[in-house]
Design a protein around this ligand. Structure first.
Ligand code: NAD
Length: 297
């Protein structure tokens, strides 16, 4: 391997420590404890693990965690009523509804019912629009984490060619917006793109957010490029065990890239750390306090 390993675990630990320090200072100054409400509908085991981790890390950072676990059969109206209650609750500065929601609930409707100032996932259309127009927004956590790692790696991103593979609302599109805001030349590639390998080979920064195990191989990568692998794919190994891999074939990519994130231990830990950062940001904004240091895009 010749690439520098971008250690998301260590980066996320530093970020959480930074959040904890600033939470403590905010509490001393204002007496207010930032609070995050996480709403889970149903019993999906992966979502239960995510929600538990989010709650634990929220408390570890000195913030308040409010968990609302609702049965799979919860009606859309009941969920919307809970969102209304949380919107009006002064102790709650951030609200996250764990996705996916059961099929009988319209996820867009629910997300857009969250008060934009408390929308710490950054999925509300108001935040999407604010980000797209370069205004102060709540920024989706995974792209924010990628941006922080890229800035730490490169300093300025200005003028670099960035290729984002994937155009989802939660990763690909906001990632592209953030890179554009940092003055990259941005290409978004997706399932209908032609000659995607050639597009990728032009990238100084390559972000893979596809959900296809090890799709991006070393021969897609420009020598020395920075590769951020957002993908989390569970595959079965020949001996019948489960293993997590990214959207990038790590071994071949690491021979060509200048820097690369591993899976696991790359972008994943940054996502929750950025959720905590966004909760503190939302709290500071609600109190009219200055933006927290080093936690926003
Ligand atoms: P998604 O399914 O919503 O979007 C996938 C995107 O990939 C689509 O825009 C599609 O056009 C594109 N795509 C599909 N097949 C393609 C192909 N053959 N070539 C090019 N593009 C193709 O997925 P998502 O929610 O954006 O997540 C993407 C991956 O990132 C998944 O593996 C997911 O688990 C992972 N993820 C990780 C984190 C994290 O915290 N690290 C957070 C969110 C998502």
């Amino acid at each position: 391997m010749t690439a520098t390993l971008m250690d998301g675990k260590a980066f996320a630990a530093d970020l959480r420590a930074n959040v904890a320090r600033q939470v403590s200072a905010l509490k001393t100054e204002t007496g207010v404890t930032p609070g995050l409400a996480v709403v889970l509908v149903g019993e999906d085991p992966a979502s239960q693990v995510y929600v538990r981790n989010k709650g634990r890390q929220t408390v570890d950072c000195g913030m308040a965690s409010f968990e609302h676990a609702l049965p799979e059969t919860t009606s859309q109206d009941d969920l919307l009523a809970l969102i209304d209650t949380l919107n009006a609750d002064d102790q709650v500065h951030g609200i996250l509804v764990q996705l996916p929601l059961p099929a009988h609930i319209n996820a867009d409707l629910v997300i857009n019912a969250i008060a934009p100032d408390k929308d710490v996932d950054g999925f509300h259309v108001s935040n999407v629009g604010l980000l797209a127009t370069g205004q102060k927004a709540m920024v989706p956590c995974t792209p924010l984490g990628c941006l922080m790692m890229l800035r730490a790696q490169h300093g300025s991103l200005s003028g670099l060619n960035a290729v984002v593979v994937g155009r989802s609302n939660i990763v690909g599109k906001p990632m592209a917006q953030l890179l554009l805001r940092d003055s990259c030349t941005v290409t978004i590639a997706h399932s209908r793109s032609r000659n995607i390998e050639a597009l990728c080979r032009n990238a100084d920064i390559l972000i893979a957010a596809v959900g296809r195990p090890e799709m991006v191989t070393g021969d897609w990568i420009k020598p020395g490029a920075t590769v951020i692998d957002v993908g989390i794919n569970r595959i079965e190994t020949p001996d019948g065990k489960a293993r997590l891999v990214g959207d990038v074939a790590f071994d071949s990519a690491a021979q060509v890239a200048g820097a690369i994130t591993p899976v696991p231990g790359g972008v994943g830990p940054m996502t929750i750390a950025c959720l905590l950062a966004n909760t503190l940001t939302a709290c500071c904004r609600s109190l009219g306090q200055p933006e927290p240091d080093g936690l926003t895009a």
